[in-house]
Write a protein that binds this ligand. Structure first.
Ligand code: SAH
Ligand code: SF4
Ligand code: F3S
Length: 443
């Protein structure tokens, strides 16, 4: 009799990840889960049965950062009940305050910055030995070269990070410090990743970067990258975000006009409508220059839905400056926009300046949000009766209903008893609801 050489079956460890922040963090969480998958972790949706809880953090505003500390507080009982539970902090707060977190929070086992997560397997081995692990360097090697292929995808849409970091140094923003200098990934790798995603059933790709339209590598700009991705079999829809107004080059605007796969949607943050404040923010463009960019995009593709980000209460913002912001919003007619109250971030130039009074900033934020909400409603209502294309992402909550996104990224509920996830269908919009459209499938 020969002895069996089958290794003992080790039950998988379970990983719970909570993700804050931008789409880039969403993408990173996926990739980190895959990286830990290579050392035996499977995802779980509940903290209670997790062997590792990871919080992928955002540092962009004070409120975002604070969430880490309240989450860690809530994890204390779980850690006391199960001392083998490992607690990991990833993302931009890890990058900015990693050493501080380690000092203040003994329950944290592992801290990993956004540029180091390919080191997770060796870090995990270290924490299993009972040590603590921290990596917040900007290593010379490319983390993407050291990550497993993407296998855990669900659904017909995917993010693909093509560029990271930022060289713009807007006066309020931490991203250049937490994510480092602008780096574009090689186009060959990205096209290979896109091909792999399409082969796994992904039909819509959103190319991500803090400054994605500044993408530049091996003779490719973003426009050429989009064109070559559009030519890949199975890639039916492309989007990209986030862009800076100063990097909307002619070839990219032209792509909006002649690349059918590129969706009529553009997220182009402006932050303020006041030239004085734009200058103080170091945005390096005026309100008129921003509007001119939008005119060119709309000339290329008239039905483009424009979205943006705004900051109110930037240091020194007067009533007149804020009125300029409202005026710009009225001129553009946004499909959707995020607006934030300015939050002083340690280490940024604007943090040195005195804040606008809280009640003034609060009132401005309310007024701006009311205007933006009414524009969002109007843009949605204008879709009623129109034919749209919907990519089904999941079954609806009601029977005979599918849920997906339109070209304009509107959430759509379609009455369709035989629809399947991943189908791209034509539909007529029948109703505009609070945060979604209702539609009927066309035969
Ligand atoms: N790279 C993108 C997005 C950066 S972060 C861009 O250039 O637009 C996303 C948004 O957060 C920003 O557009 C800005 O509106 C907001 N934001 C960034 N720093 C902020 C701060 N200190 N206070 C308030 N909002 C901020
Ligand atoms: Fe931040 Fe400005 Fe860079 Fe955007 S462009 S990430 S707002 S510094
Ligand atoms: Fe936040 Fe970092 Fe993204 S600070 S917005 S998670 S790049």
């Amino acid at each position: 009799m020969t002895q069996s050489t089958t290794p003992p079956i080790i039950p998988p460890k379970k990983l719970f990840i909570k993700t804050y922040g931008c789409q880039m963090n969403v993408y990173d969480s996926e990739r980190m889960a895959e990286s830990l998958g290579s050392v035996g972790y499977v995802p779980t949706d509940t903290v209670e049965d997790a062997d590792m809880v990871m919080i992928n953090t955002c540092h962009i505003r004070e409120k975002a950062s604070e969430k880490l500390f309240s989450d860690l507080g809530r994890l204390r009982p779980a850690k006391e009940a199960n001392p083998n539970l490992k607690i990991a902090v990833a993302g931009c707060v890890a990058q900015a305050e990693g050493a501080e977190i380690m000092r203040r929070m003994p329950l944290v086992d592992l801290v990993v910055g956004p540029q180091s997560y390919h080191r997770l397997p060796e870090m995990e081995a270290k924490v299993q030995r009972g040590e603590r692990a921290i990596e917040t360097e900007f290593p010379a090697e490319d983390k993407f070269d050291h990550l497993p292929e993407r296998k855990s995808l669900r659904g017909p849409t995917a993010f693909l990070t093509v560029q990271e970091g930022c060289d713009k140094f807007c006066a309020f923003c931490v991203v250049p410090y937490t994510r480092g200098a602008e780096v574009s990934r090689p186009p060959e790798r990205l096209l290979a990743e896109a091909r792999n995603l399409a082969a796994r059933g992904v039909r819509e790709l959103t190319l991500l970067g803090q400054n994605v339209n500044a993408y530049s590598a091996n003779g490719y700009g973003l426009a050429r990258l989009l064109r070559e991705m559009a030519a890949l079999p199975g890639v039916d829809r492309l989007r990209y975000m986030t862009s800076h107004p100063n990097d909307m080059e002619d070839d990219l605007i032209a792509a909006h006009g002649d690349l059918p796969q590129l969706m009529p949607y553009l997220h182009l943050p402006v932050q303020s409508g006041s030239d004085r404040i734009l200058k103080a923010m170091n945005r390096k463009h005026t309100a008129a220059e921003y509007l001119a960019v939008l005119d060119r995009v709309r000339a290329a593709r008239p039905d483009t839905l424009i979205t943006s980000d705004f900051i109110v209460g930037f240091p020194g913002e007067t009533d007149a400056d804020f009125a300029d912001t409202l005026a710009l919003v009225r001129k553009v007619g946004y499909g959707m926009a995020y607006s934030f109250k300015y939050s002083a971030r340690p280490g940024t130039p604007a943090a040195e300046k005195p804040d606008v009074e809280t009640h003034v900033a609060d009132a401005r934020l309310q007024e701006l949000q009311a205007l933006l909400t009414s524009q969002q409603r109007a843009a949605q209502d204008a879709m009623v009766g129109r034919e749209i294309a919907v990519l089904y992402e999941k079954q609806g909550r009601q029977a005979g209903q599918m849920v997906g996104k339109s070209q304009h990224l509107h959430a759509v509920h379609v009455t369709d008893a035989t629809g399947k996830v991943g189908e791209l269908v034509r539909a007529i919009v029948t109703e505009s609801k609070t945060n979604s459209l209702a539609a009927r499938r066309l035969a």
